[in-house]
Design a binder for this molecule. Sequence first.
Ligand code: 2AM
Length: 218
Amino acid sequence: GQLEEVSMPLFFGWFLCPAFQDKLRSMAKDFLKTLQGLEAFKEHLSDFTGEAEKEVDLEQYFQDKGMLHCTTKFCDYGKADGSKEYAEQQIVKDRYGSMSELKLSTLVLTPRTLGARVSLTEDQLRLWPAGVEKEGAPEADLPPGSRAHITLGCAEGVEPVQTGLDLLELVLLQQQGQEGERAQDLDLGSLAYYGKGVWVLSLHEPGLAPACFCSYYG
Ligand code: 2AM
């Protein structure tokens, strides 16, 4: 009925508990501070500034996009394909409002976005919509969940949807056997450079973030 249409959210996803949002934000801050001090990063600075000599303040470069979450289905209030089918699945109704832990394995930084890759469990994958990997990387055949991430920040003028697209590009490179150029071991994890301003920090200890599966209306 009419009410159902009105009730379609902007998106469904896992929303991090406030305490863990703070923790993740401060981890990202540490990472940015460390990264911009590294010689290896300075060598590739033109990826970010367009000029080799210019300095960059990464903490200002990446703008906060609000409440930290991992989007499952972007519905756009019902306008996005497959929204209704997604919302009507029994598993979505069953899990709605439930808590689980998101496993954060990697931080991915590009000249456009800063994000945390999320490794979904089998159970969490049941809430993952079909086709979102194909949508973002039509030429590739990537496993479901490859796009799962938390957007931590975007460069000026960049929409958060870009974080998942940047991640898919990286996963594709990795699928093709690229490991990046090992840059340095940091306290948080090991850092690799994949070219074109793409830096990947593989965390020594994956973070476990308690999160609630629900939806956002905006
Ligand atoms: P994000 O998941 O990378 O953060 C509202 O805009 C939320 O929906 C944001 O969290 C955003 O990106 C996500 N989003 C926006 N457009 C999208 C799209 N076309 N596909 C998937 N997710 C999208």
